[in-house]
Write a protein that binds this ligand. Structure first.
Ligand code: ATP
Length: 266
């Protein structure tokens, strides 16, 4: 047996031919994505390109319209709560917690370790007995991420962790995401601060025109991605219109997104 063959292959989260959208509305089709345990995949694209929709589909919060998602060769199935129970950490929006419960109650409810959560975000210590809904935006994001990470997930799916947060908090959250991958999780993240997130990403995929325009290891595609960012995604095909209806489906007008939004990260 050769030395190379003796190295055990790392588990991978793989999306194959994944088509995502809402009912009859296809947002992106035939997506092929792959991220190994220990890696961070950054999903980029203009506003409306379908990043959140893709992440929600991988999480099981939306049904796939086509294709499949596998982890270590086994298909991920069932709704989001079942995938979370099976070891996927999901941070899909700022309300990752139950606002009427205290931070500590939220942590207990999700079966996470409070000690682990405090290890990640010591500043939550003084707020454990506060209702989650009364925490600041940054504290709520930390709590959401702590909830997801305190169970040491094999996979972390994180959407816009840093939305509206102070730069120092953003750095902390990104560092926590990187550390999660370094401990062996496969991470897929969508991040408004694309340039900062590139700094912790092993792989990048840029969504545009309902498909993947660029993807690969960060080191290989960085120059291309920087150009896309510098142009505010204008050369990407958001301007060509991306959402479409499933052939033969009902008549409602297909939403097409016009020229892309300004660059996300300054
Ligand atoms: P952003 O950076 O603005 O969050 P995104 O790349 O995450 O953008 P999505 O939120 O995935 O994009 O949205 C992709 C498309 O799906 C958009 O045209 C959006 O209007 C549409 N969309 C989002 N949510 C729904 C929904 N619940 N029903 C129908 N269409 C939706």
């Amino acid at each position: 047996m050769s030395a190379a063959a003796a190295v055990p292959e790392r588990a991978r989260l793989v999306a194959e031919g994944l088509t995502v959208g809402y009912g009859q509305l296809v947002v992106a089709r035939n997506l092929d994505l792959s991220v190994a345990a220990g890696e961070v995949l950054l999903l980029m694209g203009a506003n409306g390109a379908g990043k959140t929709t893709t992440l929600m589909t991988i999480a099981g919060a939306l049904p796939a319209l086509g294709g499949r998602v596998t982890w270590a060769g086994r298909e991920l199935e069932g709704p989001v709560h079942r995938r979370v129970a099976a070891g996927i950490g999901v941070v899909l929006d700022e309300r990752g917690s139950i606002s009427r419960l205290t931070a500590a109650q939220n942590l207990r409810l999700c079966g996470g370790s409070i000690a682990r959560a405090l290890e990640l975000f010591p500043e939550l210590q003084d707020h454990l007995d506060r209702r989650a809904g009364l925490l600041s935006g940054g504290q709520q994001k930390m709590l959401s991420l702590a909830l997801a990470l305190s169970r040491s997930p094999a996979i972390l799916l994180a959407d816009e962790l840093s939305l509206g947060l102070a730069p120092q908090v953003v750095e902390r959250l990104l560092a926590a995401v990187r550390a999660t991958a370094d401990r062996g999780a496969a991470v897929v993240m969508v991040e408004q601060h694309a340039r900062r997130a590139l700094g912790i990403a092993d792989r990048v995929a840029v969504l545009a025109g309902g498909t993947i325009e660029v993807s690969g290891p960060t080191a290989q595609v960085r120059a291309e991605v920087e150009t896309i960012l510098a142009q505010g995604y204008l050369r990407t095909s958001a301007a060509r219109g991306r959402a479409e209806r499933v052939p033969g489906s009902a008549t409602k007008e297909t939403r097409a997104v016009g020229p892309s939004s300004p660059a996300l990260d300054q």
